[in-house]
Design a protein around this ligand. Structure first.
Ligand code: ZN
Length: 244
């Protein structure tokens, strides 16, 4: 009995000292301005949150300004981006942390914040059945260890109160190289990249497809096409950021 108690005490001490050590090595500071975070804050301080370049597209009458990126290519129910993306701006720094500095939680936090806005300021939650992140190339997934779009999807799922899945859409082992190709070549190049392994997971569902940054829309277009061909009812798009 004594030995068991001793081990428990040692474990407790070790845990406490590890936490304290972690606090010293990784102090709890805002990932944008490096100021110390208050107890009610996590990852991004309130001051920086208020300065995020929000698009507020969900408050516009449909169609939103981003829908034009898919016009004539694939029918999308809506396209909303949380933030504007500008070079060297706050959004670019957050996306960089999310993708290259193990910033999974940045993605989840932004998803929670935007999901809360979407559920309180629009009827988006009533217009979707399942949230799906754009899948990463398997080699990229191995290298990064996580899919940043899935973390954003999880955050959205938390506050929109809708399910998400990382099994409903998969990325095949093709490599996309779009440099120097025209639009038709690009489309052919990405058209077979994504597939739905079990149509039952998406059939007749209204899908919310999510990604980190919306630029040309070619990847999202390819995903939406695969989902619609598999028999889903509709595809709407939400991204963390978009170029203007
Ligand atoms: Zn800050």
């Amino acid at each position: 009995m004594r030995a068991v108690k001793f081990i428990k005490v040692v474990r407790k001490l070790l845990k406490t000292s590890t936490d304290t050590l972690a606090d010293l090595i990784y102090p709890n500071v805002c990932s944008l301005c490096q100021d110390a975070l208050q107890n009610n804050e996590a990852i991004i301080c309130t001051g920086c949150r208020l300065k995020l370049p929000e698009t507020n597209q969900h408050r516009e009458l449909s169609p939103s300004r981003m829908d034009y990126k898919f016009a004539g290519k694939v029918p999308v129910a809506f396209t909303y981006s949380y933030l504007y993306f500008t070079k060297k701006g706050r959004t670019q720094r957050l996306i960089h942390q999310l993708k290259y500095r193990d910033g999974k939680e940045v993605g989840r936090l932004l998803g929670r914040w935007y999901g809360y806005q979407l559920s309180t300021e629009s009827n988006l939650a009533e217009r979707i059945d399942l949230i799906i992140g754009v899948p990463l190339h398997p080699a990229k997934l191995r290298q990064r260890g996580y899919n940043q779009s899935d973390w954003f999807a999880m955050g959205l799922a938390d506050t929109l109160d809708r399910p998400w899945s990382d099994k409903a859409l998969i990325r095949n082992h093709y490599t996309i190289s779009q440099t120097g190709k025209n639009r038709i070549d690009r489309w052919t190049n990405v058209s077979n990249v994504f597939s739905v392994p079990q149509t039952g997971l998406v059939a007749n569902k209204r899908i919310l497809l999510v990604d980190d940054v919306l630029t040309t829309g070619a990847t999202l277009e390819s995903c939406a096409t695969a989902l619609l061909e598999a028999g889903c009812a509709s595809v709407g798009i939400v991204t963390i950021a978009a170029t203007r």
